[in-house]
Write a protein that binds this ligand. Structure first.
Ligand code: NAD
Ligand code: UD1
Length: 337
C-alpha cells in the first residue's frame, strides 16, 4: 500500500513515516518545509534504512500537488500539513485559514480527481473547547477559542460534508491530545522555531540551559495541585494510531472519529518532576498568571480507538521524558546541529 504523507517532515509526520516504513508501507512525503527541515527526512532514512520520494510542494499550489498525484498512484493520504501555533493564529487569522483550509480543499479535490479516497486527518483535542466533564468522549459538544482551533473544526465539517456528497471516501479524523517525546534513536524529535509555546519543549530547553526558568501558568486551577492537567501522549504511540487507522479503515467508506490520548492526566508540576527524574537536571520554575484561553484540565476517553482500531497507548510518562531528553541532548539546536 502506498501512502502520501503531507507534512511528513514535521514533528508528528516524521515519526509516523518511520512507523509506516517499519510497518512495510511504501510512502512519499509532501511538505513545503515552512516549519520543518529536510534533515528530518534524511534521519527517517537513517533510522529505517528505507528510501522514499520527497516532493517539496505547497498545498496552496494546486498545480504542483496535482502533478504529484499524476506521477504516482496513492492508496491513501495521511494529512498532517498545516500551521499549528495557537498564538500566531490569533495574530494572523487569514494566513491560518488560508493555509489550513485552502490547502486541505486543494488536497481533497485533487484526491477526488485522481480517485484516492482514503484519508487520515490530524485534528486536535482543541475542538472540545472547555469540556464540561472528564474524560472527554468523541461525542462531546465542539467549540473553539482561536483561529487555529477553528481551522480544525471547519476541516472536520468539510470532511463530513465531502463524505455525504461522495460515499466513496473513507475518512478518519484523529483528535490528538498532547504529543511529546521523540523517537528512541534520538535522531528525530520536535524542533520548535524560537521560544517554545508548549510545555515539554520549554521544560527541555530549561533543563539543557537554553532558557532560565519555566513560567508555570497558574496554580489555582481546580486540579490535584492547582496547575493545569493534560493528557500527554508519546509521539510514537500517536504515530502508531495512524498506522492502525490506515490498516483498519482504508477501503471502508465512512467518517470515523477517534480521540488519541492515554486517558491519564498529569499536572504541570508532575511533568516538571518527571522530567527532572528522567534528565537528572533541575528544572527551575516560577508561578505566573494563567495563560489566557487555557483550560484547567483535559484528558481523553480513548476507549473508542481501542475498540475499533485495536490501538492503545503503550508508552508511559517515563518513556516520554527519557526519549524527549535524549533528542534534546543529541540535538541541542534541533536539526540546525
Ligand atoms: P509541524 O509544524 O511539525 O508539522 C507540520 C508540517 O506541515 C511542517 O513540516 C510544515 O512545513 C508543513 N506544512 C504546513 N503548511 C503546509 C502547506 N501549505 N503545504 C505543505 N506543507 C505544509 O506540526 P506537528 O506538530 O507535526 O503537527 C502535525 C499536525 O498535527 C498539524 O496539522 C497540527 O495542527 C496537528 N496537531 C498537532 C498537535 C501538537 O501538539 N503538535 C496537536 C494536535 C494537532
Ligand atoms: C496548546 C494549545 C492547543 C493545541 C496544543 C497542541 C493553547 C491555549 N492551546 O494546548 O490549542 O492543540 O497546544 O499544540 O495554546 N504551560 C505552562 N508553561 C508553559 C507552557 C505551558 O505552565 O510555558 C502549561 C499550560 O498552562 C497547560 C500545560 O502546560 O496547562 C500544557 O500546555 P501546552 O503544552 O501549551 O498545551 P495545551 O495548552 O494543552
Amino acid at each position: 500500500m502506498k501512502i502520501l504523507v503531507t507534512g511528513g517532515a514535521g514533528f508528528i509526520g516524521s515519526h509516523t513515516c518511520v512507523e509506516l516504513l517499519e510497518g512495510g508501507y511504501e510512502i512519499s512525503v509532501l511538505d513545503n518545509l515552512s516549519n520543518s527541515s529536510e534533515k528530518s527526512l534524511e534521519r527517517i532514512k537513517e533510522i529505517t534504512g528505507k528510501d522514499f520520494k520527497f516532493y517539496k510542494a505547497d498545498l496552496l499550489d494546486y498545480d504542483a500537488v496535482d502533478k504529484v498525484f499524476s506521477s504516482e498512484k496513492f492508496d491513501s493520504v495521511i494529512h498532517f500539513a498545516g500551521l499549528k501555533a495557537v498564538g500566531e493564529s490569533v495574530e494572523k487569522p487569514l494566513t491560518y485559514y488560508h493555509n489550513n483550509i485552502t490547502g486541505t480543499l486543494n488536497l481533497l479535490s485533487i484526491m477526488r480527481k485522481h480517485g484516492v479516497y482514503n484519508i487520515v486527518f490530524s485534528s486536535s483535542a482543541t475542538v472540545y473547547g472547555s469540556p464540561k466533564s472528564l474524560p472527554i468522549k468523541e461525542d462531546f459538544p465542539l467549540s473553539t477559542t482561536n483561529p487555529y482551533g477553528s481551522t480544525k473544526l471547519m476541516i472536520e465539517g468539510i470532511l463530513q460534508d465531502l463524505y455525504t456528497a461522495d460515499n466513496n471516501f473513507s475518512i478518519t479524523i484523529l483528535r490528538y491530545f498532547n504529543p511529546i517525546g521523540a523517537h528512541k534513536s534520538g535522531k528525530i524529535g520536535e524542533d520548535p522555531k524560537g521560544i517554545p509555546n508548549n510545555l515539554m519543549p520549554y521544560i527541555q530547553q530549561v533543563a539543557i540551559g537554553k532558557l532560565p526558568q519555566l513560567s508555570v501558568f497558574g496554580d489555582k486551577y481546580p486540579t490535584k495541585d492547582g496547575t493545569g492537567v493534560r493528557d500527554y501522549i508519546h509521539v510514537v504511540d500517536l504515530s502508531l494510531a495512524h498506522v492502525k487507522a490506515v490498516e483498519k479503515k482504508s477501503g471502508h467508506p465512512g467518517v470515523y472519529i477517534y480521540n488519541v490520548g492515554t486517558g491519564n492526566g498529569y499536572s504541570v508540576l508532575e511533568m516538571v518532576k518527571a522530567f527532572e527524574k528522567a534528565s537528572g537536571r533541575e528544572v527551575k520554575y516560577k508561578i505566573c498568571p494563567n495563560r489566557p484561553g487555557d483550560i484547567a484540565a483535559c484528558y481523553a476517553d480513548a476507549s473508542k480507538a481501542e475498540k475499533e482500531l485495536g490501538w492503545t497507548a503503550k508508552l508511559d510518562l517515563e518513556d516520554m521524558c527519557r526519549d524527549g531528553w535524549n533528542w534534546q541532548v543529541n540535538n541541542p539546536n534541533g536539526y540546525a546541529d
